[in-house]
Design a protein around this ligand. Structure first.
Ligand code: ATP
Ligand code: MG
Length: 357
C-alpha cells in the first residue's frame, strides 16, 4: 500500500516525538511491505517565525492532498505575547476548521505493566477501555463574539458557546457508529441543567438514539462525569461531549493511563484526511532535553494505520510493541517518581522497534 503522509512537527517537543513516530512508520513499512511517502510543512510557532502565519496556505494545500497528517504539537512561551492572529494555537484551530475535523477520538486504556504503578487503585484501572469522542470545531473555541468588552464601565470579556443542530448530529452519530463496534454503550456528557446548548445536545442525542435501538444511551452532567472518571472509569465505553468539556475530561482521563505522554488522538472529518497527534502539548519545560515520552506519538501512528489506512494488523503490532517495550521495565522520565532511572526519548523508541514484528 502506498500512502502520502504530511508531517507537521510544530514546536517544543513536537519535532522530537514526530521523529520517533516516523521511525516506527518506517519499520512498519519495511515489515509489512508498504510505502509511506512523507512531506513536511510548517504549522504553529515555527510557521509564524518563517512565514508570519501560523497556518501558511502551502501547509494547508499539502495537507489537503495527503492521505493522513501526523502532527507533533504547537505553541510555546516565545509566542505567548503575540497578537491573537499570530498565536500558534490559531494554526491548529484553523486547520481543524478548514479540514472539517469535527470529531476528535481519544482512546484511554492502561498498558499492562503500568497497572501496578498507577496512582489510582489497581482494580479501578485494570481493563479500562474507553473512547472519548470530543466535538472539535464548535463551542466556545469558535463562538463569536469572543472579545474584551465594557460591562457598565468596567473591564470585561465575552466568549460564546454556539452549536447548530447539524454540528451536534454529526458528532453524536459518529459516537454511535463507534459504539456499534465496541461495547454498545454511550455516555453523553453535558450541562443540561444550566446550558441551553446542552439541552439541545441532549435532545438530539435522544433523537439519534432511536436510530440505534441496540445501543444504550446514558446522559451525565459534566461535573459528575469528572468525578465518575476517577471513581469508576470502567462504566464508560464511548463518552461523547462538546469541545471544552472534552478537552478537560480527556486531560483528566490521561492520568488513568499514567501520563499525558502516553495518549494518542485522531481528528476525523466525514471524508478527507485526518490529523493524528498526541494529546499532549509542546511541553516547553522539557523540550530539547530528550525527556519527552514518544509513546503518545507512536500510538498516534497506530491510530493512523487503523483509521486512515484500514491497516488493523499493523496497528495492533505497534500497540503490542509498545506494551512489550514497557514490559521490559524501561520508563521515560514522566513515568518515574523520585530518583528512579529513566531512558531518553530515542532509547524508548529503540526498545519499541526491537519488539515490533
Ligand atoms: P496545550 O495547551 O498545548 O495542551 P498544556 O498546557 O496542556 O499544553 P503540555 O505541553 O501538554 O501542556 O504539558 C503539560 C505537562 O506535561 C508539561 O509539564 C510536560 O512536561 C508534561 N508532558 C507533556 N507531554 C509530555 C511527554 N510527551 N512526555 C513527557 N512529559 C510530557
Ligand atoms: Mg492541554
Amino acid at each position: 500500500m502506498k500512502k502520502t503522509i504530511t508531517l507537521l512537527p510544530g514546536d517544543g517537543i513536537g519535532p522530537e516525538v514526530t521523529t520517533e513516530a516516523i521511525r516506527v512508520l518506517d519499520k512498519v513499512a519495511e515489515l509489512f511491505g508498504h510505502s509511506f511517502v512523507y512531506q513536511s510543512a510548517a504549522i504553529g510557532g515555527i510557521a509564524i517565525d518563517q512565514y508570519e502565519n501560523p497556518l501558511p496556505d502551502e501547509t494547508l494545500s499539502l495537507c489537503r492532498e495527503s492521505d493522513a497528517i501526523l502532527l507533533g504539537a504547537v505553541g510555546g512561551p516565545k509566542w505567548d505575547a503575540n497578537p491573537s492572529h499570530l498565536r500558534p494555537e490559531k494554526g491548529l484551530l484553523r486547520i481543524r476548521k478548514e479540514l472539517e475535523l469535527f470529531s476528535n477520538l481519544r482512546p484511554v486504556s492502561i498498558y499492562n505493566s503500568l497497572i501496578a504503578e498507577s496512582t489510582i487503585k489497581e482494580d479501578i484501572v485494570r481493563g479500562i477501555d474507553l473512547m472519548i469522542v470530543r466535538e472539535l470545531t464548535g463551542g466556545l473555541y469558535f463562538g463569536e463574539p469572543s472579545e474584551r468588552l465594557d460591562i457598565n464601565g468596567e473591564e470585561g470579556a465575552v466568549d460564546t458557546l454556539t452549536y447548530s443542530r447539524s454540528e451536534i448530529e454529526r458528532i453524536i452519530r459518529m459516537a454511535f457508529q463507534l459504539a456499534e463496534v465496541r461495547r454498545k454503550k454511550i455516555i453523553s456528557v453535558d450541562k443540561a441543567n444550566v446550558l441551553e446548548s446542552s439541552k439541545l445536545w441532549r435532545q438530539i442525542a435522544n433523537e439519534i438514539a432511536e436510530e440505534f435501538p441496540h445501543i444504550e444511551l446514558e446522559h451525565m452532567l459534566v461535573d459528575n462525569a469528572a468525578m465518575q472518571l476517577i471513581k469508576h472509569p470502567k462504566q464508560f465505553d464511548v463518552l461523547v461531549t462538546e469541545n471544552l468539556f472534552g478537552d478537560i475530561l480527556s486531560d483528566e482521563a490521561s492520568m488513568i493511563s499514567g501520563s499525558l505522554g502516553l495518549l494518542p488522538s485522531a481528528s476525523l472529518s466525514s471524508n478527507g484526511p485526518g490529523i493524528y497527534e498526541p494529546i499532549h502539548g509542546s511541553a516547553p519545560d522539557i523540550a530539547g532535553k530528550g525527556l519527552a515520552n514518544p509513546l503518545a506519538a507512536i500510538a498516534s501512528v497506530a491510530m493512523m494505520l487503523k483509521y486512515a489506512f484500514g491497516l488493523e494488523d499493523e496497528a495492533d503490532s505497534v500497540m503490542s510493541a509498545i506494551n512489550r517495550a514497557l514490559d521490559t521495565g524501561i520508563r521515560t522520565a514522566d513515568l518515574v517518581y523520585g530518583n528512579q532511572e529513566y531512558v531518553s526519548t530515542t532509547e524508548m523508541t529503540d526498545v519499541v522497534l526491537q519488539h515490533l514484528s
